[in-house]
Each structure stands twice: as structure tokens, then as C-alpha cells.
Design a protein around this ligand. Structure first.
Ligand SMILES: CCCCCC/C=C/CC(=O)SCCNC(=O)CCNC(=O)[C@H](O)C(C)(C)COP(=O)(O)OP(=O)(O)OC[C@H]1O[C@@H](n2cnc3c(N)ncnc32)[C@H](O)[C@@H]1OP(=O)(O)O
Length: 667
């Protein structure tokens, strides 16, 4: 059988009723046939493609091919016999690992695991024909995988239990990996004829689940996000990116260091700049350590020869692109951009890693506003996959194309967004954080709110995330925006500022020098500064009690449902406003930002998909309810776009674009 490449089933077809003849009997018939069937695999054999290869009597694989059963990542399981044949072929532990993670493996690993018979650097099809000719005379019974006895470890139950615990810890609330474990158990404990029925029953529970719909949506959303479009007609497939061979990073703080590593490991020469010798030396040692550890993990040599460290901006005159990653201070950034304008050659792209400041204001102080763009990395920049590419009104299509393509080269998921305070991710974070702190005032604790969000599936609750990011960052932003100032009475800080409800608790926490993990104290306490093990802190409990009694607030019991609704519906509501304002082009872009940058669970699809899954009518009704209860919180007032979508019958996410006015587009 010539298979070449197969990415498995067309995932789009899962949205409707499945058509065509049932696959399992067809595959069983191929395996039961008397003529030897040899699979020749080039490119990929994934999902159904891999299951097809498993019914063949032999498998020949090109050395560059990749194989895998990624169904679990789509919220389903390999239901064309994959969960029954793979354990029989390679044993329970290895099969469990591959099926529950869905990871792709190389041809070499497949050979080592005993999945394939030969790896070739030549044409796999030609070799497969030779193989088949030799196999004609040989008996096939031992080559029919479904007939094999599953090699079973003596401690099967303990193994399955351990993997179940691991899966539950890693992917809280996710159904598919648990169903995969049950299917593999069937392969170990039942004959194939019964195991395949169990596989099918388990698939039936997953196939139409909300989690499967969300995960399949994520697959396409991630691919849609790279396809940016500007109102001018310039877009991803008609704008040529520049080739970037050399780059410079200004500032070797946490962000700058991560960006240097991200660039150097994909072969780009990097000049790293600091303002003081001591900072430069510290940054240098940390970058070298990070690159060495990264190279060791990947089994390659560290590209230290690509690095240069300097105190002088004059050294940047020939680089292709600069990314500024200095302190989040507009005046300082403007000085840097003015300086860069003078020293860099006229064609150098100037990028800023600001997490929310006005990219166009920075462009305005340069001699090349069309070559200025935001590249908002997420911390730690060498680990986090998200990159917001912030398109200023004057950024050229070539500049945007270059930033997007550079992001892809660094292995990032790049999303083009418009220029407004906080862009997409951090702009949406404000209402989400506000709701969490209002809930504290009303009676909740940080650990209760975090638990509700983590049970929902977030990698980290809002307070643990804030402790990790550093509480001083938001404090400084609030000071700069005039929310905190000399006119605020520190003994009696007002709970209403700039015409709306304000919660001063985060400021009180900062006033005590509690900036999160880095100071060993924040919303939680840690063993030491830099510690990561968060424990509830009685001092925070006291602070909350004193605060409530000072303001005469009677604490009430708050349900997890209220926590989820207020935090997540406020988040999505701001997402609707962002779409109205043209700051994000599509709901998919917003969802991808929250999936890759803010730990939103993939099986929830992202805030916008989640809202559509809950039902826009319900989201609207709950927001109206909460806004009525808290009229001084404008973020709870349902956005006009949400109302419009409900009035139009709540179309699916993919159709929202038709209801968004494009005349406001900032993209
Ligand atoms: C013989 C088949 C019978 C099967 C019946 C039994 C049922 C079995 C269940 C399954 O098979 S579920 C599907 C399992 N397969 C996967 O999950 C593979 C998903 N795809 C990938 O991992 C990657 O796309 C890739 C194949 C490794 C290629 O990666 P690459 O980076 O090169 O390209 P992409 O940008 O990701 O994809 C290009 C293009 O193709 C679309 N696409 C890829 N795979 C599928 C798919 N299985 N179904 C539908 N569409 C797919 C992807 O969306 C891109 O489209 P775009 O329009 O260009 O954005």
C-alpha cells in the first residue's frame, strides 16, 4: 500500500454527521487479507493515517517522516483500532504515553519502539514494493497486530492508576486522556473483538462533547491567527517579509534575556545592549546559562558564537532589526527610539516589547514610523509561545509581515493586533482582575478564587498568576494612569475612582512591600524570595477582614459559579469590545492570545469560544444581572456587539466577523 503522507481524518468533518462506510470493518479486512500489505510512509502518518498503517503487515518509513495518534489533542481518541492495536504492538506503557499525549514521533523513535520495520533515506514506496515481493512467501499470522497478545506489565493496575493521576494533574478536567486510558486498559484485558467495541463506546462519549468541539476549534484558530489582513488589502499572503540575519536587544532584564535566547537558538546573530557594566555582565552570564541549558535539552550545541554584548548603542548601526525591552516607561522608551533613529541604518526595523504602551507614540519620535512595530513577548520569552505583533497605524505591511514571520521562525504563535492601551491580552486582563479583587472585597479569598479558576482549567488562578508576574507592575500602571496619587487618603483609600468602582486592596498589598514571588510575599506567602510554592497567608486573611470591617462590608458566601461567571464573562465582554473597536480582527485571534499567553484551558476554547459554548444569550443575561447588581462597574455592562449577536440569533464564532463593522479596523 502506498500511503505517502496522511494527516488522518479531515477534522472539519467532525462538525457534522460522519459519512462514508464504517472504517473499522474495512481496516480489519485489510489486516485479515491473505496478500501482504506494506505501508510506505513519507511525510506524516497521523491519526487515522497511522491507524491505517497499523493494519498493514509491514511498515516502511522515510527517515524524515513523523507518526502519531494526536486524536487526544482534538478531544477524541483513536477509534479506528488505534487504542487496541498500538498496545498489542509496543506494550502498554509506551502505547499509553503516545496515545494520552498525542505527541508526534520521528521515524527513528518509531523504529526503536517497534512500530515500524525499516527506516529508509531512499524512496519509501520503492523499498516497500521490494519488501512486499520478499514477504509473499512468508506467513502473515504474526503480522496481524490485532491477533497479538498485548504484552502486559505485572502491575497493570498500578501503572494505569499512576498514569491517570498524572493526566488528572496535568490536564485538570480534560476527558479525552482519561477515556484513552480506559480504552488501553481494554486492550490489556479483553480480546480485540471486545476491545474494539469498548473503544467505540468511549469514542461515542467524547465525539459530541463540548471539549472536543473546543479543542478542534483551537486547532483551526491557531492556524487562522497567522493569517493577518489590513484594511489596505495587504495581508499574510501578499506581503513579503524581510530576511532577518541580525538583531539587537536593548535591555537584559527578564524579557530581554528570553528574547535573546529565542533569537539566537534559531540562528540569528544578536547584539545585546545594557546601560551599565554590572547589568551587562549579569545579563550575559544568565543568557549564556539559558542557551547552554536549552541546547543540552535539545541535544545540539549552544550558539554562543552568535552573541555579542555591549554598552554602546553605536554598535547597532548595521543590524536588520532592534527589539527594545527596557523598563515600561514611555519617556525612557522614547529616548531609546530617538537614539536608535540616529544610530541605526535607515532600513533597520525598530520594534518595542512594550506590554501596553502606545506603539504609535514611539513611532512618532523616529525618522521611520513605517518601520516601527510592537513585538509583545510573554514572560519567560524563551518559553512562552505567544507573540502579539502590534500594528501601529503607520506600520508598513512589510514591517508587519517581517515581525509575524520572525515570530514564526522563533516557534511562536504570532497574532497581529491593533494599537490601544494593553493591546488585546492585557486590555482584557483588567476587567478580569477587577472582578477578582471585587470578589475579595465581597467575601472571597485569593485561594478560593484561584481554586475555582484552576478547577475550570486555568493553568494558574488569577492571584497566583499575579504573584508570578509581579504585583508592582500593575501598581506602577495604576499610579501612571492617575488612579493612585497624592490626593488619595492612604488611611481611607476611596472605593470609587475616576467615576467607577475601585478596589484599593492590591495597592495595600503593594504598600507592604509584597510584590509576589520575587519578594517571597504577595497574595500568598512563599518559602523565600523567588520561591514558587504558594501557601495561603494569614496576614492577607487579616488584611481582608480589617478592610471589610473598615468599610462596613458584610462578607457573603460566594459560589464558584459566580466567580467563573463574573471573571470570565467580564473577560469575554471586553473581547467583544475589542472586536468592535477593530483591535483584534477575529474572535479566533483573541482566543489564541488567551490560550497561549494567559493559560486559558484549551478544552474551553478561549474566552470568546467559551462564551459561544455557554450560549451568548445566557452570557448576556448574566452580564445584565451582574451589571444591575454592580452598576458602578462599566465592564459588566454588556457590549453592543454581544447584544447585536444575540439579536441575530447567536451565530457561531466563525460567523461573528460578518456582524463586526470593519470601518473601525486598526488592522
Ligand atoms: C485515512 C484517514 C481516515 C481517517 C478516519 C478515522 C479517523 C481518525 C481520526 C483522525 O485522524 S483525527 C485527525 C488526526 N490528525 C491530526 O490531528 C493532524 C493535524 N494536523 C497537523 O498536525 C499538521 O497540520 C500537520 C499535518 C503536521 C502539518 O503541519 P504543517 O505545519 O506543515 O501545516 P499546517 O499549517 O498545520 O496545516 C496545513 C493546512 O492543512 C490543514 N490540516 C492539517 N491537518 C488537517 C486535518 N487532519 N484535517 C483538516 N485540515 C487539516 C490545516 O488546517 C492547514 O489549513 P490552512 O487552511 O492552510 O490553514
Amino acid at each position: 500500500m502506498r500511503m505517502c503522507s496522511s494527516a488522518g481524518a479531515d477534522i472539519r468533518e467532525f462538525a457534522g454527521p460522519l459519512r462514508g462506510p464504517p472504517l473499522v470493518p474495512l481496516l480489519d479486512a485489510i489486516e485479515a487479507g491473505e496478500k501482504p500489505v506494506v505501508a510506505a510512509i513519507e511525510g506524516v502518518a497521523l491519526g487515522g493515517g497511522f491507524e491505517l498503517a497499523l493494519v498493514c503487515h509491514y511498515r516502511i518509513v522515510h527517515f524524515k517522516a513523523r507518526l502519531g495518534l494526536p486524536e487526544v489533542t482534538l478531544g477524541i481518541l483513536p477509534a479506528a483500532g488505534g487504542t487496541q492495536r498500538l498496545p498489542r504492538l509496543i506494550g502498554i506503557p509506551a502505547a499509553l504515553e503516545l496515545i494520552t499525549t498525542g505527541r508526534h514521533i520521528s521515524a527513528q523513535e518509531a523504529l526503536k519502539l517497534g512500530i515500524v520495520d525499516q527506516v529508509t533515506e531512499q524512496n519509501a514506496c520503492e523499498l516497500a514494493v521490494e519488501f512486499a515481493l520478499r514477504a509473499v512467501a512468508k506467513p502473515l499470522s504474526s503480522r496481524r497486530v490485532s491477533m497479538l497478545t498485548t504484552p502486559c506489565p505485572p502491575d497493570l493496575d498500578a501503572l494505569l492508576e499512576a498514569v491517570t493521576m498524572q493526566v488528572k494533574r496535568k490536564a485538570r478536567g480534560v476527558m479525552a486522556p482519561l477515556a484513552c486510558i480506559q480504552a488501553v486498559r481494554a486492550a490489556a484485558t479483553m480480546p480485540y473483538s471486545k476491545g474494539i467495541k469498548r473503544e467505540s463506546e468511549l469514542m461515542a462519549t467524547l465525539f459530541n462533547s463540548g471539549q472536543a468541539r473546543a479543542l478542534q476549534y483551537c486547532f483551526f484558530a491557531q492556524r487562522t491567527a497567522g493569517k493577518w489582513t489590513l484594511p489596505s488589502g495587504a495581508q499574510w499572503n501578499n506581503s513579503k517579509p524581510r530576511e532577518i540575519r541580525s538583531a539587537a536587544i536593548i535591555g537584559l532584564g527578564t524579557m530581554g534575556r528570553g528574547i535573546v535566547v529565542s533569537l539566537a537558538r534559531v540562528g540569528i546573530s544578536v547584539i545585546a545592549v545594557e546601560s551599565e557594566k554590572k547589568l551587562l555582565e549579569t545579563g550575559k552570564q544568565m543568557v549564556i546559562g539559558m542557551l547552554e541549558r536549552d541546547a543540552k535539552r535539545r541535544g545540539v550545541s549552544a550558539s554562543l558564537n552568535l552573541l555579542k554584548f555591549t554598552l554602546s548603542l553605536q554598535d547597532l548601526k548595521d543590524v536588520d532589526l532592534v527589539i527594545e525591552a527596557v523598563f515600561e516607561d514611555m519617556a525612557l522608551k522614547k529616548r531609546v527610539f530617538q537614539e536608535l533613529s540616529k544610530v541605526c541604518r535607515p532600513a533597520t526595523l525598530l520594534c518595542t516589547n512594550t506590554s501596553g504602551l502606545d506603539v504609535d507614540a514611539l513611532a512618532g519620535v523616529t525618522d521611520r514610523p513605517h518601520l516601527v512595530v510592537g513585538m509583545h513577548f510573554f514572560s519567560p520569552a524563551h518559553v512562552m509561545k505567544l507573540l502579539e505583533v502590534v500594528c501601529g497605524p503607520r506600520s508598513s505591511s512589510e514591517t508587519i509581515a517581517t515581525a509575524m514571520s520572525l515570530g514564526k521562525r522563533m516557534g511562536k504563535v504570532s497574532v497581529a493586533v491593533g494599537n490601544c492601551p494593553g493591546f488585546v491580552g492585557n486590555r482584557m486582563l483588567k476587567p478580569y482582575l477587577d472582578q477578582a479583587t471585587f470578589l475579595l472585597e465581597e467575601g472571597a479569598t485569593p485561594e478560593q478564587i484561584d481554586k475555582a479558576l484552576e478547577d475550570f482549567g486555568f493553568a494558574m488562578g488569577v492571584f497566583r498568576m499575579s504573584d508570578l508576574a509581579g504585583l508592582d507592575v500593575g501598581w506602577r500602571v495604576r499610579k501612571e494612569s492617575g488612579l493612585i496619587g497624592p490626593d488619595v487618603d492612604p488611611k481611607n483609600p476611596p472605593r470609587r475612582r475616576q467615576g467607577r468602582r475601585y478596589c484599593p486592596i492590591p495597592d495595600m498589598v503593594c504598600e507592604q512591600g509584597r510584590f509576589g514571588q520575587k519578594t517571597g510575599r504577595g497574595w500568598y506567602m512563599y518559602d523565600k524570595p523567588g520561591g514558587t510554592n504558594a501557601k495561603p497567608d494569614p496576614l492577607i486573611q487579616n488584611l481582608l477582614e480589617m478592610y471589610r470591617s473598615r468599610y462596613g462590608i458584610q462578607p457573603r458566601n460566594i459560589s464558584d459559579q459566580e466567580i467563573i461567571e463574573r471573571c470570565l464573562f467580564a473577560l469575554a465582554n471586553e473581547g467583544f469590545r475589542i472586536l468592535e473597536d477593530g483591535i483584534a480582527a477575529r474572535p479566533e485571534d483573541i482566543d489564541v492570545i488567551y490560550l497561549f499567553g494567559y493559560g486559558f484551558p484549551r478544552h474551553g476554547g478561549g474566552p470568546m469560544f467559551y462564551a459561544s459554548m455557554v450560549g451568548l444569550e445566557r452570557v448576556l443575561e448574566r452580564l445584565e444581572h451582574y451589571h444591575q447588581a454592580h452598576p458602578d462597574v462599566p465592564h459588566l455592562e454588556p457590549s453592543p456587539l454581544l447584544k447585536k449577536l444575540v439579536a441575530c440569533g447567536s451565530p457561531p464564532v466563525q460567523k461573528w466577523r460578518e456582524h463586526i463593522k470593519t470601518m473601525h479596523s486598526h488592522l
